[in-house]
Write a protein that binds this ligand. Structure first.
Ligand code: TRP
Length: 332
């Protein structure tokens, strides 16, 4: 069976270095080898009731930043979820075969029930059916998502299997999680512990659009310790993390020379951070320049969105024509 990769991202703000080195780069690699679809999940973001101005800005940010990272509209089909009416149509059909019990049991739904008890809307409940529609509208077979989405993908497989079973036809594949083997990329936070994440405090996370000044400030404030006191000491997490970051953006020689000075206890973290900051600035400069250029080019963005919409709708319409026929809709 043909491999079809589908993935999407909710428009929730700016991408950071962790996003870039992880999921984004992975998709950029995938678009070279597979038929692929990538969309901005703007419908999904409605569960939190964004105001209209923010919605548009956030969608633009995601589109711009993914393009700047190398998603290529000539290689992948890049579009907005809300431009594809077939997704909503399929969502309706899946909802007819999705059960209240199974939707209520989804861990992310249960978390929302705790964190936002005053906004438990039906869109939240049916988040998994919309996500299944996103994937299956193109008969997606592979979905590059992180651990946090595995449950949703499992439900997507259930909905696919159930539909095929109810109508006794192999309409949908059962899509599986997918990665190109770099799931072990570790992009640590600057606050001394854990992964880079924007839910941490602002200063521990390097955004792709950060200015050189902002990057320097954040890196110089990164947590370290008082320094090694015996040769070849095991590094504490905060220091190990700085080295890990350095491995992503600096040359091998630079990393080795700081390793050496750590091991012989002559290291000065101030110098290491300065070097890391400069290398980070240089590493991100081309992306930041692209972000600025693309963000200012509405003609290009409109063109990308229109072309993506056209391509995505061809595949989506083909699926929905089949689905409607299988369900029993007939013309008079
Ligand atoms: N739920 C995903 C997230 O929060 C975004 C998403 C929506 C998605 N639809 C999808 C991802 C379909 C992959 C495929 O990250």
């Amino acid at each position: 069976m043909k491999e079809i990769v589908v993935s999407g991202s909710r428009p929730t703000g700016n991408l950071h270095l962790g996003n870039y080195l992880g999921a984004v780069k992975q998709f950029v690699l995938m678009q070279e080898k597979h038929e692929s679809y990538f969309f901005v999940a703007d419908y999904h973001s409605l569960t939190t009731h964004p105001n209209p101005k923010d919605l548009h800005e956030n969608v633009k940010t995601v589109l711009v930043e993914y393009l700047a990272c190398g998603l290529d509209p000539n290689k992948t089909t890049l579009y907005l979820q809300s431009d594809i009416p077939e997704i909503t149509e399929l969502y309706l059909f899946f909802n007819m075969h999705a059960y209240l019990g199974e939707l209520e049991r989804v861990p992310t739904f249960k978390e929302k029930a705790k964190s936002q008890p005053d906004n438990m809307n039906a869109g939240l409940l049916t988040y998994p059916t919309l996500m299944a529609a996103d994937i299956l509208v193109h008969k997606g077979t592979h979905v590059p998502v992180g651990k946090d989405q595995e449950q949703h993908l499992e439900m997507c497989r259930n909905f696919a299997r159930r539909f095929n079973h109810v109508y006794q036809q192999e309409v949908f594949p059962e899509p599986i999680p997918f990665n190109m083997g770099n799931e072990l990329v570790k992009v640590p936070s600057l606050n001394g512990t854990g992964k880079m994440s924007k839910s941490d405090d602002e200063n521990s996370c390097i955004f792709l659009k950060d200015s050189a000044e902002a990057i320097r400030k954040k890196v110089m404030r990164a947590v370290t310790d008082t320094g090694p006191t015996t040769p070849n000491e095991t590094k504490p997490e905060a220091v190990e993390n700085l080295f890990d970051l350095m491995k992503h953006v600096s040359t091998q020689d630079t990393v080795s020379s700081f390793e050496e000075s750590y091991n012989n206890m002559t290291i000065r973290y101030g110098d290491m951070k300065k070097q890391l900051a400069e290398d980070m600035v240089n590493y991100l400069a081309p992306i930041r320049e692209k972000i600025d250029a693309i963000a200012n080019d509405n003609t290009y963005l409109r063109h990308v969105a229109e072309e993506g919409k056209e391509k995505a709708r061809i595949s989506a319409r083909r699926t929905l024509d089949e689905v409607r026929n299988v369900i029993g809709f007939r013309n008079f």
